[in-house]
Design a protein around this ligand. Structure first.
Ligand SMILES: [Fe+2]
Length: 385
């Protein structure tokens, strides 16, 4: 299969194999990876549970499966497993775990073997680590992220048919995670060993990789690796059915005088083609609302590569990316609950090559014109302030 990049009429390139190579690979284990079905839930530590409840339950209308004084278990309208998001009260805002469902109970043995061979810390609990989840494996992976795998889970009612319960901005599925890591090619190669397929990436002509999207379920991604100081969590994303549901969330946040929770968007992504909105919860954890990406399940699904200087890669309408979106992310915890140390990215940052009057960004790659002054380096707000 070819990593040759072919230009398309939409401005990006396609290839048959991810055009990403690392000179610093994590060894490929002999043990087969667990058969991962999908991203299933994220557990986050919040410093004010009541404030977080107001955000996730009252403003975003996630469904409460269970709650007590320290923990809230939330799910989306179409979910049948116990939860998609756990909010746990704690001293430091951080991510406790990125959790994936695997195909069979035996896949947990595979997870133990795979990560043990890499010398990672691995813990298995037959009774599970959280309510609603049975036998599970938690690891600190070679990139420093807390990952969990489980099969056993309590089923709850799928509320998809309960239109009497839908709000105008109803969140219907957990769609993906997004992780910040200093070395994207290294992380991508490791995730490929874990069985993920790359669907899209952002590169420059020198082959510096700024971000890569990868999937197990047949959508654009279950997680993405974003270049930056890490390990950190960039965002967790929930889907709505339609674009208008995302606009309804913006309207509701305005009506609640909570417009300051809106960080970026609404807009249309170039990468993934999805409609999007980025919010920040009361602790600053970033949540994306996302809808209408595309099917990627065929074995020869074309891999999309964007030029980092394409002004439409992050927003199809050329709307600027605010600097906080590039710089801010949540800490992640080790298996004892302590924040993982953060390592700086040494490769060029996407923000530095696209924000500011660098003159390199373009809307039409072949017309030889600089961006207009008011939009230089794609960051028109920054140039006007
Ligand atoms: Fe996302």
């Amino acid at each position: 299969m070819s990593t040759k990049k072919t230009p398309t009429s939409s401005g990006f390139f396609v290839s048959q194999e991810a055009p990403i190579n690392t000179d610093n690979p994590i060894p490929t284990p002999q043990s087969a990876p667990p058969d991962i079905l999908r991203c299933a839930y994220m557990e986050i530590v919040v410093t004010d549970l009541a404030a977080s409840r107001e955000f996730y339950v009252d403003a975003l209308d996630l469904v409460v499966t269970e709650e007590d004084d320290t923990t809230i278990y939330l799910r989306s309208m179409e979910e049948f497993i116990h939860h998609n998001l756990v909010l746990r009260q704690g001293p430091v805002a951080a991510v406790a775990v990125f959790s994936y469902r695997v195909r069979t109970p035996e896949d947990l043995d595979a997870a133990v073997a795979f990560y043990s061979e890499l010398g990672c810390r691995v813990e298995r609990r037959k009774e599970g680590f959280t309510k609603g989840i049975g036998d599970s494996v938690r690891v600190t992976d070679p990139l420093g992220f807390p990952y969990e795998f489980f099969y056993d889970v309590e089923h709850v009612e799928r509320l998809a048919w309960r239109y009497d319960l839908y709000s105008p901005g109803a969140l219907v599925r957990l769609d993906h995670f997004n992780q910040v890591t200093p070395d994207v090619p290294r992380a991508t190669k490791f995730m490929q060993d874990l069985g993920f397929r790359v669907t899209e990436d952002i590169q420059d002509e020198e082959g510096t990789v700024y971000a890569a999207w990868m999937r197990r379920k047949p959508t654009v991604h279950d997680t993405a690796m974003t270049g930056g100081d890490g390990p950190r969590m960039h965002h967790v994303a929930f889907s709505t059915h339609e674009k208008h549901n995302i606009l309804a969330i913006c309207d509701k946040l305005g009506a609640l005088r909570r417009s300051d929770a809106i960080e970026r968007g609404p807009g249309r992504h170039g990468v993934s083609n999805a409609f999007y909105l980025y919010l920040r919860d009361p602790d600053g954890h970033r949540v994306e609302i996302y809808t209408q990406d595309y099917y990627t399940g065929d074995p020869d699904n074309p891999i999309v590569t964007w030029d980092v200087h394409d002004n439409q890669r992050r927003d199809w309408w050329g709307t600027p990316v605010v600097p906080s979106w590039y710089t801010d992310a949540s800490l992640v915890l080790d298996l004892d609950g302590n924040p993982q140390p953060v390592t700086s990215r040494t490769d060029t940052s996407e923000m530095s090559v696209t924000i500011g009057a660098d003159g390199f960004s373009y809307t039409r790659s072949d017309d030889g014109e600089d961006m207009p002054d008011w939009k230089k380096g794609e960051h028109k707000l920054g140039n006007q302030l």
